[in-house]
Design a protein around this ligand. Sequence first.
Ligand code: PHE
Length: 348
Amino acid sequence: MLEKIEAISQEISQYTVLSKEQLEQFRLRFISRKGIVTELFEELKDVPPDQRRAVGQGLNGLKNLAQERFESFSQQIEALQESASSRPPLDLTLPTLPNLTGTQHPLSLVRQRIIQIFERIGFNVADGPEIESDWYNFGALNFPENHPARDMQDTFFVDKTAGSRTGSGDMLLRTHTSNVQIRLMEHQKPPIRSIMPGRVYRNETISARAHCMFHQVEGIYIDRNVGFKDLKDTLYHFVKEMFEPGTQIRFRPSYFPFTEPSAEIDISCQICGGTGCNICKHSGWVEIAGSGMVDPQVIANCGIDPEEFTGFAFGMGIERITQLKYVVNDLRLYTENDVRFLRQFEGV
Ligand code: PHE
């Protein structure tokens, strides 16, 4: 009998009650007139007289335990119900929370569009390192050491002591994505027809018109019999696809150490339509890219025979194209993460 009492008091101690229904079950099982405790009291008369006292005490303890637990469970349930009813009622007619989907950064939008245009005419996308050796950024591209052409691109040097292929010992942040052109030509047999989008770095003071980090897409096409006409056709096609119908394009002779002949590409100003404004400095034209026929020496530097293969290359700044497409007049807006700026590109 004492063991039975012990087992039941264990059961009561471990019991949990989470709802009114469970509370009622507890009451019926342990406390009601037909409950276990009453039943045990009835069995008391069959207990041998010498044990009756101990069993009686045990039973009284059990009865008290059941009563205490019942009261504390009741309080818990009551408290639960009170806190539920103090919550504001659910209003199913309220509008839902706004769906804060992010937007694409304008530079990503324009980069994707550029890639799409060139992929459709057979260019693939190539990638390369942003921390580069002097050779890939300058040497292989015909920038002789100490040549003033290197000043065209103010360079961030990374580690003056690290080794490089030329032995000049300079590692740097690439100033253009032309390094990828060299790496491609070194590792791939022509035909090569690739574009290389990526970040580039120049040591410039940050202002509305200059930044120390920006983005370029360069392109290269090397094969037998590639001529200047192919360069012109390709870039005409690009301008036609990228900008407003009727946009004019012109090639202006220029100089790059790695192309010969070289040309800069201007388009009629997208902002004023060619009548003259701040963006085009009242000339009606804006420069969008550099280009030219790859210098035979650069092709030879990469182990390709320049007698057999020729090619063209071009390079443009994604920020500049974006400025013209979306009239962004301060380069700093691209990196400041101002949501008022970024939200304007929602759904573009
Ligand atoms: N690499 C040049 C620059 O960054 C652009 C360019 C690429 C010019 C290819 C000609 C050919 O200014």
